[in-house]
Design a protein around this ligand. Structure first.
Ligand code: DC
Length: 241
């Protein structure tokens, strides 16, 4: 099945040279603070930060806007040919464009959150995204967060962290974030969305969310952002020699 290759261009600072490049994979449940930790780590280490979820979200946004039926294989293939994603990483924040349009804000809204698990469960979508992600980590020092980074995208990553936190705390954190942005939503809706996404992400056929055997578990329920960063930096130390 032919699939159009989304074009990924990184406008990035140079990575420090450390012999072979280092890949840090951060996986975990929805709204566990993966991106907060990944960004902080990347900033501290001057690595490139890649938010793999943003890619699935941008594809989902395209599907929603164009009424693509996820069960229609032909329509899905055609859609993928017409999707061109670009990352522009400034200040370690994710800036992603979908066919030249900046969609970084829109991909965080509920319509995308409610549909992204169905879209990201499609094999052709995953194959294409994984290919792009692997290309990004081939020669650069990166921190990538997602669901299958340590298991599928970079099974040989030098450091794998699997994040988890109490579901109620996760929902409260995400609710505060969305409420702060003016999203008309209740805490219950956020809780249900997270639970539903966790269920779909862990039970899907194609590279489900799972802890890689060699991943370090980080439960950040009672940790501050500084404490979780310290935890991760301790694990990174041996890699830096
Ligand atoms: O990290 P996030 O919540 O923004 O990711 C959105 C969705 O994308 C998530 O519910 C599952 C999917 N995803 C995935 O299947 N594989 C990844 N590597 C990253 C995200």
């Amino acid at each position: 099945m032919p699939v159009g290759a989304p074009k990924m261009i990184f406008k990035q600072y140079l990575c420090p040279s450390m012999g072979s490049n280092i890949v840090i994979a951060i996986d975990g449940y929805s709204s566990c603070g993966k991106s907060t930790l990944a960004k902080a780590l990347a900033k501290k280490l001057q690595f490139i930060y890649i938010d793999s979820g943003a890619m699935y979200r941008a594809v989902t946004l395209y599907f929603l806007r164009n009424n693509i039926n996820v069960h229609d294989e032909f329509a899905v293939d055609e859609a993928l040919k017409n999707i061109h994603l670009n990352f522009h990483s400034r200040d370690y924040e994710t800036h992603i464009t979908l066919n030249e349009e900046e969609v970084s804000e829109e991909i965080r809204h509920m319509p995308v959150s409610q549909n992204v698990s169905q879209v990201s469960a499609l094999r052709v979508v995953r194959q294409e995204m994984v290919k792009q992600q692997q290309r990004m980590g081939r020669s650069k020092n990166i921190v990538m967060d997602g669901r299958d980074i340590g298991t599928t995208v970079f099974p040989k990553a030098q450091l794998k962290i699997f994040m988890t936190a109490d579901p109620k705390i996760r929902a409260e954190r995400r609710y505060r974030e969305l409420y702060g942005k003016g999203e008309p939503i209740t805490l219950e809706e956020v809780f249900e969305n997270l639970a539903h996404r966790d269920y779909l992400d862990t039970t899907r056929h194609e590279s489900p969310l799972a802890r890689a055997e060699d991943a370090v578990i980080l439960d950040n329920t009672g940790l501050t952002e500084e404490e979780q960063l310290d935890f991760a930096l301790e694990k990174v130390k041996p890699l830096l020699g």
